[in-house]
Design a protein around this ligand. Structure first.
Ligand SMILES: Cc1cc2nc3c(=O)[nH]c(=O)nc-3n(C[C@H](O)[C@H](O)[C@H](O)COP(=O)(O)OP(=O)(O)OC[C@H]3O[C@@H](n4cnc5c(N)ncnc54)[C@H](O)[C@@H]3O)c2cc1C
Length: 345
């Protein structure tokens, strides 16, 4: 429901993890805000749905132990092409969610606490006298003091700040609805450049997906056939801002959070923790009157470090060594410890 007034202190575009985290934090602190999303919820979102230990700890903290449906996964089975290499044990568990249901649960929680939301599409952004004016597809016009771009990898807010930005890597996915419980599997393959193939179980069934520098449907189908993973369902695609340069201007009153701001891990494509955290930081910078870039610096440092690590990790000789050592029990233990550390902080 849209409030009667047409000026709102903060307008957030996007009701995904970044937008909800921002809106919920503003709401808890009594700060006026409105979330606008182009989709009616529940809506489909292409995603593995893997919440790392640091992501689910963050969700527990910010949403006060909110109940949501997930699969508790304690091991990642790793393959090189079809050959099984090893299994990483995840001490604090990965929680795999169906994004359709998870995002809807978060949005309902925000609305039950009194949060305001509107289904509409932003078509135009303009600025005058320190105010931001938004035109919506419905014909409505709204204004705000702060605009949060939490509208994903194709962000219209990012486009406004940086018209020529690149969206990152395309990833393809198939969603399968079934009851049988599955393992979490990751397939590396020397034919993929900076990417991998995965199978993630979730409470509704499972998803299979893949992405790299040159993602295309022909390669996806070929790999699925070769790996006997071919589910007979539709392929959908979405971008992940991997290797994003985050080279847009940081503004005081227009802030980018989540995928819109390029906050993802360039090794795995993980973005949920980064979306939640940057969304919270955007809200805190408004509430506390602090510089967003400064507040976000630790997160940006992690994103940059993971980008450097990704370049090394996917460099073919290093990647081959990593696969080889993962198959050696003594090394596996060390790598497994590192994996747990990276997923937890
Ligand atoms: C194939 C794939 C697999 C992934 N797997 C994982 C994983 O397992 N674990 C993980 O941590 N991350 C994963 N990610 C990344 C993760 O999905 C994103 O990082 C995360 O969704 C970012 O959240 P967000 O809130 O920034 O954006 P989104 O979740 O994309 O939400 C953006 C919202 O903005 C709305 N919107 C967009 N444009 C407009 C507009 N013009 N007007 C109004 N509303 C608009 C959209 O409808 C959407 O609801 C995956 C991504 C892909 C593509």
């Amino acid at each position: 429901m849209l409030p009667d007034k047409t000026h709102i202190k903060t307008i957030i575009i996007g009701a995904g993890p970044a937008g909800i985290s921002c809106g919920y934090t503003l709401l808890k602190n009594g700060s006026d805000c409105l979330i606008i999303d182009r989709k009616e919820f529940p809506r489909e979102k292409i995603c593995g749905g893997g919440l790392t230990p640091q992501a689910h700890a963050f969700v527990d903290r910010i949403f006060n132990g909110l109940n949501y449906d997930y699969m508790d996964i304690r091991a990642i089975k790793m393959f090189y092409r079809k050959k099984y290499i090893c299994s990483y044990s995840i001490d604090k568990g990965l929680r795999i969610v169906s994004r359709r249901d998870f995002d809807y649960t978060l949005l309902k929680e925000y609305e039950e606490k009194g949060g305001q939301r509107l289904t509409d599409i932003i078509t135009k952004i303009e600025e005058e006298d320190d105010k931001i004016y938004l035109s919506l597809l419905s014909g409505k016009k709204l204004s705000c003091d702060y605009l949060i771009g939490a509208d994903g990898a194709n962000s219209i807010v990012r486009k406004y700040l940086q018209p020529d930005f690149k969206r990152g890597f395309l990833w393809l996915e198939k969603t399968v609805i079934e009851n049988e419980k599955k393992d979490l599997q990751v397939y590396f393959d020397n034919r993929l450049k900076n990417g991998y193939l995965y199978k993630f179980p979730n409470p509704r069934g499972y998803v299979v997906g893949y992405g790299d520098r040159h993602t295309n449907t022909a390669t996806f189908d070929k790999l699925l056939k070769e790996y006997d993973l071919m589910p007979d369902c539709k392929t959908k695609g979405a971008y992940i801002p991997m290797f994003d340069k985050q080279d847009y201007p940081f503004r005081k009153n227009i802030l980018l959070a989540g995928d819109a701001g390029g906050y993802v891990d360039s090794i795995t494509g993980e973005g949920l923790y980064f979306a939640f955290k940057s969304g919270e930081n955007a809200a805190l910078s408004i509430i506390q009157g602090k510089d967003y870039k400064q507040l976000n610096q630790p997160l940006m440092d992690i994103v940059k470090r993971r980008k450097r690590m990704a370049r090394l990790f996917y460099f073919p000789p290093v990647h081959r060594l990593f696969i080889y050592l993962s198959g050696k029990p003594k090394w596996l233990e060390r790598i497994n410890r590192r994996v747990n550390r990276e997923l937890s902080n």
